[in-house]
Ligand binder design. Structure first.
Ligand SMILES: [Zn+2]
Length: 383
């Protein structure tokens, strides 16, 4: 068995491997070098390693590495990809982990969430297969930041299975039992161009979009009246009109207009049901009108996540961290692991506030604290 390098060295090596995922093919790239490094370290630490290429995208892969056998067990899960980066905003090379005297470690994906793998690996290596009464499974996914296709592929193949799962996204090591879900949609309205001096010569897509936006805002108000959850800092569902484009000239009737928007759902709201209700509402509003409307999903969407606040894992993490569990607004792969039947809690070192930003950082103390927490959780549920 080769000695596992220390946590900072592990993060340094993972940050040095670019693994940007993006719906924009100009930025999107493979995560295989990150997966291959993790596979080597897992094998060295005595785990049984499977590298699972994504169906339809063999240049991307998930990793499932297991130590111990038996029913139950604990999954420690993270994603290997990062968001694209804005080089000009970085004070240092985003692919070079730069440490400072106060213990901060700067690098792309350091907090979100390559540091997690260093903490998880150092926790797992404290245990030997023979001393575990239930398995510990390290999961590393592809494409969390773009499509969540890695997590979708795992769910499709019904693995991994265990009793509990921790998704190590940065929460400042606070246990998170719930988060919102998200839809991202694009509305395209088609009209007919014409000379603006005579409105009867065309059909304005822009004016139809004005009507559509009013419908969306009314839909939002209905959702907000129907759904409320005080666990969240923003206690209602939200809908943001994010981008609009249409027309070309003040003296031409606008022939085409496009709007993109997101909708963030509270636990208890159904992703497909909400999307269908929204589409049906727009279709009804424009029934018989001269414009064409189309609503497309920009991403498949992520369901909201929730697990019982009095669950065993929530309780364990609350007592081990001294922090009460909470709800957050960002999305994770947690609902996919929950759909596999596991009590799933989000809990990891670092802050979400620095994720997806230039000069992202994690900290040595955070990595070490996460290692301790994960090791104690393994001891409690698997040893
Ligand atoms: Zn993340």
């Amino acid at each position: 068995m080769t000695a596992l390098p220390d946590s900072v060295e592990l993060v340094r090596q993972l940050v040095a491997e670019p693994s940007v995922s993006s719906p924009d093919p100009r930025h999107d790239r493979s995560n295989r070098t990150v997966i291959d490094r993790l596979a080597t370290w897992c094998e060295d630490a005595g785990l049984r390693v499977e590298v699972l290429p994504l169906p339809g995208a063999p240049h991307k892969a998930n990793l499932v590495a297991t130590i111990g056998d038996g029913p139950g067990g604990l999954v420690l899960a993270g994603h290997t990809d990062t968001v694209p980066f804005d080089e000009a905003g970085w004070a240092t090379d985003p692919f070079e982990l730069v440490g400072t005297d106060d213990g901060r470690l700067y690098g792309l994906g350091s907090a979100d969430m390559k540091g997690f793998f260093a903490s998880a690996l150092h926790a797992i290596r404290r245990f030997r297969a023979g001393t575990l009464k239930a398995p510990v499974v390290l999961v590393a996914t592809a494409d969390e930041e773009s499509t969540m296709d890695g997590a979708r592929a795992l769910l499709e193949s019904r693995r991994p299975t265990a009793r509990f799962a921790i998704v190590g996204e940065p929460t400042g090591l606070a246990p998170v039992h719930a988060h919102k879900g998200i839809l991202m949609e694009q509305l395209t309205i088609g009209g007919r161009s014409g000379h603006s001096s005579d409105p009867s010569l065309g059909v304005s897509a822009l004016e139809a979009m004005h009507v559509a936006m009013s419908e969306l805002i009314a839909f939002r108000a209905e959702l907000q009246a129907a759904h409320h959850d005080d666990d969240f800092a923003v206690a209602s569902p939200t809908l943001n009109l994010g981008r609009i484009e249409g027309g070309d000239s003040p003296n031409r009737i606008c022939a085409s207009c496009q709007l993109t928007f997101d909708l963030r759902l509270l636990p208890g709201m159904d992703l497909d049901g909400t999307r269908n209700a929204l589409r049906a509402r727009l279709a009804r509003r424009f029934d018989g009108e001269l414009v064409t409307i189309a609503v497309d999903s920009l991403v498949p969407g992520v369901p909201p996540h929730t697990t019982a606040k009095d669950g065993e894992l929530v309780h364990a993490l609350e007592s081990l961290t001294g922090q009460s569990s909470r709800a957050v607004m960002f999305c994770t792969e947690a609902p996919f692991f929950a759909s596999l039947g596991m009590e799933t809690v989000v809990c990891g070192a670092g802050s979400i506030d620095v994720a997806h930003q230039p000069n992202e950082y994690t900290s040595r103390d955070g990595l070490d604290a996460a290692t301790e927490l994960y090791a104690q959780t393994i001891a409690r549920f698997c040893a």
